[in-house]
Design a protein around this ligand. Structure first.
Ligand code: SF4
Length: 240
């Protein structure tokens, strides 16, 4: 029988975030504000467009040269990619929870194992580093899904594409002509080490135990947000 609770690899690590709130997690998973909701906010598409563009550049370079582009490969050390595979949306039942996910990049290495990577268009700032627990869990979940689908995974990495600002070099800020300007990126790679099947299963069980609850769990201590919401709903009741 199919699980009633589905968790996306992208959300698995939310319990590992410093500011994690089980109540918030329960509400947003149970009652997601979809695109046709009056209070939903549409995500800007530019970041996913840039991630997709980076993927296209890497894949087309490999198709022409049988090598990854140099701006990326020199961050990866001695690995030999022999094939770029088309990512799949994997699904695996873990107890009563279905874990789903589709990585950005799946590269087959010369020893037959997989290198799984995710592209992130962002500066590696302190704010971005605070998201590592979330991203690491995401990659570990992909490794879990891959292994459960018969692959061996040897490498996991986040590939950061950082827009260059050249704040003190206005001449380098952009190459401009009558039709376009060029934004430069540099690349940084963060490897994720030391994952295990049992670690991912523990995270899935933890997330499942929150989402299975029939009423929202308690929120974070000393968070004024829920009290503000109660006041807001009380006013809405009077107005609607
Ligand atoms: S407002 Fe605060 S306590 Fe309430 S659900 Fe959100 S984060 Fe949790």
């Amino acid at each position: 029988m199919r699980s009633s609770i589905t968790v996306n690899a992208r959300d698995l690590g939310r319990t590992r975030m410093e500011n994690f709130c089980p109540r918030c997690f329960w509400f947003t998973a149970r009652f997601p504000l979809t695109g046709d909701h009056p209070f939903s906010s549409h995500m800007p598409g530019i970041v996913s467009t840039l991630d997709a563009y980076a993927k296209q550049v890497v894949n087309s370079t490999f198709a022409q040269t049988r090598k990854l582009p140099e701006w990326l490969s020199h961050h990866l050390g001695k690995i030999e990619v022999v094939e770029i595979l088309k990512p799949k949306r994997w699904r695996v039942e873990v107890g009563e929870v279905e874990l789903v996910g589709e990585p950005d990049a799946l590269w087959k290495l010369s020893d037959g194992s997989l290198f799984i990577a995710d592209y992130k268009t962002a500066q590696l700032s302190e704010n971005q580093k605070a998201l590592f627990p979330l991203y690491e869990a995401q990659l570990k979940a992909y490794a879990y899904l891959a292994e459960k689908n018969g692959h061996k995974v040897s490498k996991l990495a986040l590939i950061y594409l950082q827009p260059q600002r050249y704040a003190n070099k206005p001449d380098k800020l952009a190459e401009i002509n009558a039709e376009r300007f060029v934004l430069h990126f540099d690349c940084a790679v963060k490897f994720v080490e030391g994952w295990s099947l049992s670690e991912v299963e523990e995270m899935v069980v933890e997330v499942g135990s929150i989402l299975r609850q029939q009423s929202p769990p308690d929120g974070k201590e000393n968070c004024a947000g829920c009290e503000s919401l109660k006041g807001w709903f009380a006013k809405l009741r009077d107005w609607i």
